[in-house]
Design a protein around this ligand. Structure first.
Ligand code: OAD
Ligand code: ZN
Length: 232
């Protein structure tokens, strides 16, 4: 099966991305060589309990990551997905990434199942802000939190419902740059297979799904994806 052909012929495509698609933009992934979870413990930084214990530490970490994202630029992988979307009857981009590189590359209606690093809801009144410096709610004075989904939390219901519906109706799921170890996001791959859609994976390394997908393409997203859109 030729991936380029599959992509060109599919009427309805869903893409699921993970940290790997932003790796070539200089944003560290979580697992694997150079991954954030090699350097930091998720239970100290990315759980509701961690934030309750030490909000200052958690905010310092997210402020640092905001800075990394702000300095990064979308890469050829992000851009190729914009080209793949063009001309499709239905196209949905689901990302586990909290960065905004898909949007800055030109993708629209991105479903952020793990939230956004620039979103900042108040922990008390729920008012939503965008990237404050002081992390205090102007309406009620309470502490704000990063607008991301932490371990032990579930994706926003509306976003998740849209993601599931899109996957159920997809003819083709493209899985790019995710270790596919974090649920429920990784479950979308099984859902696609159960719904009868073809699945193509792009990753330099093997994942738990590599043997279950129709095509497992080993390589960096910024090299593989542009090859598949050449001439379309
Ligand atoms: P991971 O860091 O777990 O996995 C990144 C994947 O990208 C790995 O499988 C790498 O092999 C692959 N990769 C590395 N460079 C790549 C490249 N240039 N092109 C394509 N793939 C590449 O990141 P996610 O799967 O996104 O959640 O992690 C899922 C969730 O776990 C994250 O959203 C985050 C994390 O903990 C929370 O913080 C709650
Ligand atoms: Zn408030």
């Amino acid at each position: 099966m030729d991936p380029k052909r599959l992509i060109a012929d599919a009427k309805s495509i869903v893409v699921l991305t993970g940290a790997g698609i932003s790796a070539e933009s200089g944003i560290p992934t979580f697992r694997g060589a150079g991954g954030l979870w090699r350097q930091f413990r998720p239970e100290d930084l990315a759980t509701p309990g961690a934030f309750a214990r030490d909000p200052k530490l958690v905010w310092e970490w997210y402020d640092w990551r905001r800075e990394l994202v702000a300095q990064a630029q979308p890469n050829a992988g992000h851009k190729a997905l914009v080209a793949i979307a063009a001309g499709k009857e239905a196209f949905t981009l689901i990302t586990q990434n909290v960065d905004d590189l898909h949007e800055r590359a030109g993708s629209q209606n991105v479903l952020h199942v793990h939230g956004s690093i620039f979103a900042e809801p108040c922990t008390r009144c729920g008012h939503r802000y965008s990237a404050l410096k002081e992390h205090r709610c102007a309406a009620c004075g309470s502490l704000t939190r990063p607008g991301v989904v932490w371990f032990g939390e579930m994706p926003p219901e509306d976003v998740w419902a849209m993601a599931e519906t899109a996957v159920r109706n997809a003819g083709l799921l493209l899985v790019v740059g995710t270790s596919a170890q974090v649920y429920p996001a990784a479950g979308l791959i099984d859902l696609a297979r159960a719904s009868g859609s073809k699945v193509i994976e792009v990753n330099p390394d093997q994942t738990p799904f590599s043997h279950a997908v129709d095509i497992s393409e080993r390589g960096p997203a910024g090299e593989v994806l542009p090859r598949w859109v050449e001439g379309i």
